[in-house]
Unconditional design. Sequence first.
Lengths: 163, 148
Amino acid sequence: MKFRRDTVREDEKTELQMTPMIDIVFQLLIFFIMTFKIVAQEGDFNIRMPLALKREGPVDETPVLPMRVRLRADASGGLASIALNDMPFDSMKQLHLYVIGLVGGDDPSLREDAEVELDCDYDLHYENVIQAITAVSGYVDPTTGQVVKLVEKIKFSPPKETP
Amino acid sequence: MRIRKKSGSEILEGDLTPMIDMTFQLIAFFMVLINFSQSESDQRIMLPQSTLAKPPDRPMEYPITIQVMASGTLVYGGHELVNMNRLRPYLVNERSVLEGRKRPLSDATVIIRADRDTKAGVVQKLIQVCQEERFEKFALRAKEEVVP
């Protein structure tokens, strides 16, 4: 009898209840799958624009390389024309290449001193402003994938009109 | 008879170990990828794209995020502001928080998340309003454009 009882105990398996754990694990998995979203990375263009204060005495020095980018809008808010210091350009690509020619040389002080002022029509779509900032502020080096900076100082003209 | 009894009493159990292994791997994968930093984004705003829009190396010291919808309506802290001047009290509030912490106003960065179809004049006017409230650092946010 004793022998029999012992064999019965040995045969018994103490099994963990897996069902609740699997339930919770699946719930967690579903939560993470539902909240998962593929979002493109976002980045910023930094602009430092303190409000110009009325000062007495001499006016601040004008930047060494002033660049005024004029963006005109058509009736629908699209880009009608681009001009840099009254020199017209057909596309942002042309403007970009011209800016590289101006400040993209070996002299880093040119890039530090250069300042671009964006003068946009009120109705122009903001997308075009970002394209213009992209064209003047740098490019991605295709070999290294690093951003090469051009003009870092960017500012806006006062808004043209208030509707 | 004996064979029948055995087959009837046996419980067939599948081996759950590989499934649990895989499930934990999946949970770990999704947990690592979950990104709460995008919680400030607004689905109604389609950001403009730019190849130079790279995520910043370090978080900003004191970010103030203002969203601008295509219609020109501002969204700040969940409040929809049709008139731009209604943003001023919030900016004054942010300024007093900074002053209370004895930090310079130049620590604050106004992040502008404007829709690609917003009028440029609206963004310029927003910058002007912030300037009048003595904020001077701005960040124009754009979505990273992947060059093929």
